[in-house]
Design a protein. Structure first.
Ligand code: SAM
Length: 394
């Protein structure tokens, strides 16, 4: 397993037919990675290194994770080397004595004790998204998943409502927190929250967005509102971040008759994309009604570029919503579309804030002076109200 001699080809960008074949097989490395995260490989390596001061051999990994440990069996070594090729593991040495270890990034993002752990969503991808994509053709032909799929993956609304089982609800919430924390922290630094005093996060799950914003902006009073099954996860996070008294957890059903309680800012992260146009507009109207003059609705999603060709993760996400939501009407959207909807609902103008990777925030502003006065006198960390970097205003 020495480095390839210079005469061997380097496997960089696949070209010609290989580009299409690579795309057809892209699920392979993806699935292998999901399985590795689900089995706890990265955490097992971290724990082993802490105890023994070195990475693990393939045989040690096999024993630790309960995999086939027969020396003639290639599966475990193949999985580990594929993860080396994907830059998810490092390897030192060769053959049976080769030691596999985490990359520094793997340690931050793939080990559950880390604040930045994203593995929760990888497990959701392994348990829900991947099996549902097996039936994508059926979804495209009928707008819904077939009964076979529903035998493998329970409907997402049951998970939200806690009807499936409380652990599945908590696991989904932790997955969402890990996946979106970086975007939440970027929003905290890019948007001028100094102009507002109160914020309500609709569909706030485990309150991660409210906590990130309250931690960055001490003047801000936040409420994270979700179905009752999410209250324990939200309360646990508020307590663990030391934000009791500044962040509340509230039970709501955002589709019931009652109006949203008034707040200067309403956020909806990964909410609008869960629904068809009618329900998207209903939620935006409820937000508009609850905001004071000068208030803002901030929708966070993998907002698709207006030309619908660059944000391929956003486009994938939209197909994923088709498989997740039984209505067959859920979709991710462009900023252009959000801009149009926001005017239809009554907002004065909208702006786009890029949040890193495929994530963005579409902000709709209600006409009027900012509720807390320009600048607000609080320590906002950046952005400012007008035209900060990466913002489009319309
Ligand atoms: C895709 S998750 C997004 C979670 C979180 N905002 C984030 O970005 O990480 C959708 C959230 O909407 C919540 N939700 C779904 N239907 C709801 C309803 N009718 N009323 C309130 N919350 C609801 C779910 O419980 C879930 O927490």
């Amino acid at each position: 397993m020495a480095d390839a001699p210079a005469s061997l080809p380097r496997y960089d960008e696949p070209r010609g037919p290989y580009r299409f074949l690579a795309l057809a097989r892209a699920f392979g490395p993806s699935r292998a990675f999901q399985v590795a995260v689900k089995m706890g490989l990265f955490e097992a390596i971290r724990v082993h290194r802490e105890a023994h001061g070195a990475g693990m051999t393939a045989a040690q990994v096999a024993r630790d994770l309960g995999l086939v440990a027969d020396p003639g069996f290639r599966g475990v070594t193949d999985l580990l080397d594929l993860l080396v090729a994907e830059d998810c593991l490092t390897r030192q040495g060769a053959g049976a004595g080769a030691l596999y270890d985490n990359t520094p990034e793997g340690e931050v993002y793939l080990c559950p004790g880390s604040r930045h752990y994203v593995g929760g969503l990888v497990v959701v991808n392994a348990e829900r998204t991947y099996p549902q994509f097996l039936f994508l053709e059926h979804s495209l032909r009928t707008g819904r998943q077939p009964p076979e799929a529903r035998a493998l993956v329970r409907p997402i609304l049951g998970t939200f409502e806690g009807a499936e089982d409380p652990d599945a609800t908590a696991r989904f919430a932790l997955g969402m927190t890990g996946a979106n924390l970086a975007a939440f922290e970027t929003l905290a630094s890019k948007f001028d929250f100094g102009r507002y005093s109160t914020l309500r996060d609709i569909g706030g799950s485990a309150a991660a967005l409210s906590c990130a914003l309250a931690a960055a902006h001490p003047h801000l009073r936040c409420a994270s509102a979700d179905l009752p099954a999410l209250l324990p996860a939200a309360r646990a996070r508020i307590a663990s971040e030391g934000l009791e008294g500044r962040v509340d957890a509230e039970a709501i059903d955002f589709f019931d008759e009652s109006p949203f309680p008034p707040s200067d800012v309403i956020t909806m992260s990964m909410i609008l994309h869960d629904w068809g146009l009618e329900k998207k507009l209903l939620l935006m109207r409820k937000a508009f009604a609850a905001l004071p003059p000068g208030g803002a609705l901030i929708a966070l999603d993998c907002i698709i570029d207006d030309a619908r060709r660059a944000n391929r993760f956003g486009l994938y996400m939209s197909l994923s919503m088709l498989t997740e939501f039984e209505e067959g009407r859920a979709f991710d959207y462009t900023f252009d579309e959000f801009d149009r909807w926001s005017k239809e609902v009554g907002f004065e103008r909208a702006e786009y804030i890029h949040l890193g990777g495929p994530n963005g925030a579409a902000v709709a502003h209600k006409a009027g002076p900012p509720p807390r006065g320009a600048g607000g006198g609080s320590g906002t960390s950046g952005g400012g109200g007008g035209g900060g970097s990466g913002k489009l205003s319309r």
